[in-house]
Design a protein around this ligand. Structure first.
Ligand code: ADP
Ligand code: MG
Length: 702
């Protein structure tokens, strides 16, 4: 149950004066909530900028076009003459240096007179303009009497808004919400408070919403940072609490004596690289721990992650349990099975595949075998997480190319067993801060060296106007018996049907087919699985020399004989995607070439991307550059500069805080894992405040 202390912050915004049903709707939209937002949502909606009203010149010195606050006496009114007149209501005000006209269009009768009584002293703030040589202020932003004026700093916050919502009404709502903040306990440790110079939360909220200095609203200043740290700490603590629950019973292990792994290693036609060996050893160690494994295996395309995953599967088979390997596409799932099966057979591991294509009786029999434990390793696509897929004893989930799957799918798979160990394989290196933010303290193994015999890829950017030269070169390559990929981008999805527009690929296929005949093939996402496989097979076998493809070949496809890749409209692809695509070549012993065709003119971002991809094949560097170029949200496929799921914390500014929040969460888990006592209570408040309380029922009341 939420601590009663927090109730005022969880009152709905409609309890505020001036917030009715219409505002409710606008606030829901603005704050991204399906239900009526609460005061806490409003308070965590932080300003994007400020208006500085501190300039206090005399009227004579007020520079036209600038925002000023004038101290004036009201001289006289000239109200709108008649009901239907479009003429504004004018108010003449002055100080000892001159006069200004305040102009109000379509004012409510009586409203302006009340705001600016004749003879009264007022502070009016707004932009001064010259109109017919006379200084004028149209609709002053603020009109204040002495008393209210003395309470304001002269710096107004400006918030992100939504159509129909006035800045003034948002400000008034926030001002009321600030009054309702209860006396909150401190949940951050004194050491961190001191080191980071964090103010108490109430002060942080009050200062970002009522800035005293222009810089008070900046994300890297202590006020915003304090709130960002709170949010990150809540996230880290929640992840840590959940993870701590997933313990195996004492003495229970998911790793056996190694006899199956040895058989696999003996059957390999190559020697494992030292980073593969290290990763496999780390995994074995994890599988023996009483805490569930959560490990990320990062390695560039072609670095040999699959065999490491297979060894992990063998380890759980040694103790009679099962493993699942989930891949993002059918092509990839089938390819995994193809590489894995011969090795697995040598070790007596029973491998099966389940995708959308296995149906009817075949599927039924497979599921039966799975449920009775006659399958040791089940490889597949999303089809693995269907409800009727039941394992006898699932102990390990290997998830390939994680960034394609949501957290939901990962959880759905691990829910099919008890305290299932998780190994995530990722070819796109996920930057450390992102791993921390979304997986918490996940262990990471990296495959840094490429298997022996890999060739560097010569990458060049070529303007699309030279496509004929490129086609000629491809023709020469085909004659010489080389294998070529020709990649066309998927043009946006048709919104109505969600169907891929394949015109690009199909048209390109037709023109290339006309020129080179039957040695040209086409593969795209709309084709049936069997069709796709057949084409890939022909390409691998050499019957097809030139394969026109959409990005379906992006992930994991392995045709070592392919040495040339043409990427059309390369400027439309993201860095990570270009890198993935290019990883399809340079896999054999021959030198490879990648041609990036681009449409001119290139914008700044595309120019930068093509430069990076030409300069390096190091996936880690590419991921870092990618991050720098577009912000972290995008790496996860979400277009925004912040961190998805986080309102306050931002990857570009608060990267360092993520690490500190992780450390703080670890200290808490060590010293007070049940969140008891005064500090525990405070931390519970924090989790509720940032809606990360899902783990609290697991540890019980404090
Ligand atoms: P990725 O990390 O992209 O998933 P794979 O696991 O598909 O890479 O491996 C790519 C290719 O490299 C496969 O054909 C695999 O058999 C081969 N391979 C893996 N490890 C080694 C190694 N240590 N030495 C040589 N070849 C290897
Ligand atoms: Mg792979």
């Amino acid at each position: 149950m939420r601590p009663a202390l927090l109730n005022p912050l969880f009152a709905s915004v409609t309890s505020l004066a001036g917030v009715g049903p219409k505002q409710d709707k606008l606030f829901r939209f603005l704050l991204g909530r399906a239900e009526t937002p609460r005061l806490v949502d409003l308070l965590l909606h932080l300003p994007a900028s400020v208006v500085d009203r501190r300039a206090r010149p005399k009227i004579r010195d007020a520079a036209p076009g600038t925002i000023v606050t004038l101290e004036v006496t009201v001289d006289r009114h000239r109200p709108t003459p008649g009901r239907n007149s479009r003429a504004p209501h004018l108010v003449y005000v002055s100080d000892d240096t001159g006069a200004v006209v305040l102009t109000y269009f379509r004012a409510q009768p009586g409203y302006v007179e009340k705001l600016l009584p004749v003879g009264a002293k007022r502070y009016v703030s707004g932009t001064v303009q010259l109109f017919d040589g006379m200084p004028q202020m149209v609709h002053p932003d603020r009109v204040l009497d002495e008393d209210s004026f003395s309470k304001l700093s002269g710096i107004d916050p400006v918030y992100p808004l939504t159509e129909g919502l006035a800045l003034g009404s948002l400000r008034r709502a926030v001002a009321q919400a600030l009054q309702k903040i209860p006396d909150l306990p401190e949940w951050i440790s004194p050491e961190v408070i001191k080191r980071c110079k964090f103010p108490p939360i109430a002060e942080a909220l009050s200062r970002v919403h009522n800035p005293v200095e222009l810089t008070d609203i900046l994300p890297d200043r202590p006020f915003w940072s304090r709130l960002a740290f709170d949010e990150l700490l809540a996230g880290q603590l929640a992840l840590a609490l959940i993870r701590a629950q997933l313990r195996r019973p004492a003495g229970d292990r998911n790793s056996g004596d190694g006899h199956l792994r040895k058989k696999i290693i003996d059957a390999l036609p190559y020697a494992l690289t030292s980073s593969q060996q290290q990763a496999a050893a780390a995994i074995t160690d994890d599988l023996r721990q009483p805490v569930r494994m959560l490990r990320l295996l990062q390695g560039d395309v072609g670095s040999g992650k699959t065999v490491v995953g297979l060894l992990a599967a063998a380890a759980v088979t040694e103790v009679g349990r099962q493993a699942a390997l989930m891949a993002p596409t059918e092509i990839l799932a089938r390819q995994h099975v193809k590489t894995i099966t011969p090795l697995a057979e040598r070790a007596g591991l029973r491998v099966a595949i389940l995708t959308g294509r296995e149906k009817g009786k075949e599927r039924r029999i497979l599921l039966e075998r799975l449920a009775t434990g006659e399958i040791d390793l089940l490889v597949g696509t999303h089809a693995l997480i269907q409800d009727d897929v039941i394992f006898k004893a699932l102990a390990l989930a290997v998830v390939d190319e994680q960034h394609r799957f949501g957290v939901r799918e990962r959880l759905a798979l691990t829910a099919k067993g008890e305290a299932v160990d998780v190994l995530v394989l990722s070819a796109t290196p996920i930057p450390r801060t992102l791993v921390l933010t979304y997986f918490g303290d996940m262990d990471v193994s990296e495959l840094r060296e490429k298997p022996a015999g890999r060739q560097p890829v010569d990458t060049r950017a070529v303007p699309a106007s030279r496509i004929n030269d490129v086609t000629d070169a491809v023709g020469r390559a085909l004659k010489a018996g080389k294998r070529v990929y020709w990649i066309c981008p998927l043009v946006e999805q048709s919104e109505a049907e969600g169907v891929e527009h394949l015109t690009n690929a199909i048209e390109r296929y037709e023109s290339l087919h006309q020129r080179f005949g039957d040695r040209v093939g086409l593969v795209h996402g709309q084709m049936k699985g069997a069709e796709k496989d057949a084409i890939m097979e022909q390409f691998a076998g050499g019957e097809i020399g030139l394969l026109v493809a959409t990005t379906v070949v992006e992930v994991g496809v392995d045709v070592p004989a392919a040495t040339i890749m043409v990427i059309e409209n390369a400027e439309r692809f993201g860095l990570a995607q270009l890198h993935q695509l290019r990883g399809r070549i340079g896999r054999g012993s021959e030198a490879s070439t990648c041609l990036l065709l681009y449409k001119e003119p290139l914008n700044e971002m595309s120019t930068a991307r093509l430069k990076v991809i030409r300069e390096t094949t190091d996936g880690f560097r590419i991921a870092e550059e990618d991050l720098r170029l577009r912000g972290e949200g995008d790496v996860l496929g979400v277009r925004q500069s912040g961190l998805p799921g986080y309102r306050i914390a931002r990857s570009d500014v608060h990267g360092q805080l993520i690490v500190q929040a992780r450390d703080e969460a670890l200290r808490i888990m060590k010293s007070n894992p049940k969140l008891t006592g005064e500090r525990g209570e405070a931390l519970r408040c924090l989790l509720y405040l940032y809606e990360r309380d899902e783990a609290l029922p697991l540890i019980g009341a404090g």
